[in-house]
Design a protein around this ligand. Structure first.
Ligand SMILES: [Zn+2]
Ligand SMILES: [Zn+2]
Length: 154
């Protein structure tokens, strides 16, 4: 099953809810967000922008496993992996590639990141080596951007 051209992206969690563009006014960034559960979809463009590189292939780290939730873009099953050093789960479409993050997970990663940063663990886990390093680096940049926007929005 593949999403038809022109059809809106649906939330992988709520299923019947449409994702809609959510602007980040301070950085001119856009994510697709579910109005119901506030889950967020970062597409490949967003991730690559965060990386500042073109032609980079983003892949989930080894040990990722298939989950039931489907990619809002291509409707293939996504893979699940834990953010390094945590039990916070992220879901990714290998094909698109994009990342799905639930609101709770986003907040949790921020909390955990802050803690790990103080312990100097994130830096080590984020060193840009290999696919995992690059992917995590991209996620970190996106999250940092979003986080700044949330702070400003208050
Ligand atoms: Zn939703
Ligand atoms: Zn996909």
């Amino acid at each position: 099953m593949v999403r038809e051209r022109g059809k809106p992206m649906m939330c992988p969690t709520c299923k019947e809810a449409e994702l809609s563009p959510h602007w980040m006014p301070w950085t001119q960034q856009k994510v697709q967000r579910c109005p119901k559960c506030k889950g967020m979809w970062f597409d490949a463009e967003r991730l690559k922008q965060a990386l500042g590189e073109i032609g980079v292939v983003l892949r989930p780290p080894p040990g990722s496993r298939l989950v039931g939730r489907k990619c809002p873009n291509c409707l293939r099953r996504m893979v699940h992996f834990d953010y390094p050093g945590t039990f916070v789960g992220l879901e990714m479409c290998v094909l698109c590639p994009g990342i799905w993050l639930e609101e709770g997970e986003f907040m949790e990663i921020q909390t955990v990141r802050e803690y790990l940063r103080q312990a100097d663990i994130v830096r080590k886990a984020s060193e840009p080596k290999g696919f995992k390093g690059r992917l995590i680096f991209a996620i970190n940049v996106v999250l940092a951007t979003l986080w700044e926007n949330l702070l400003y929005a208050v």
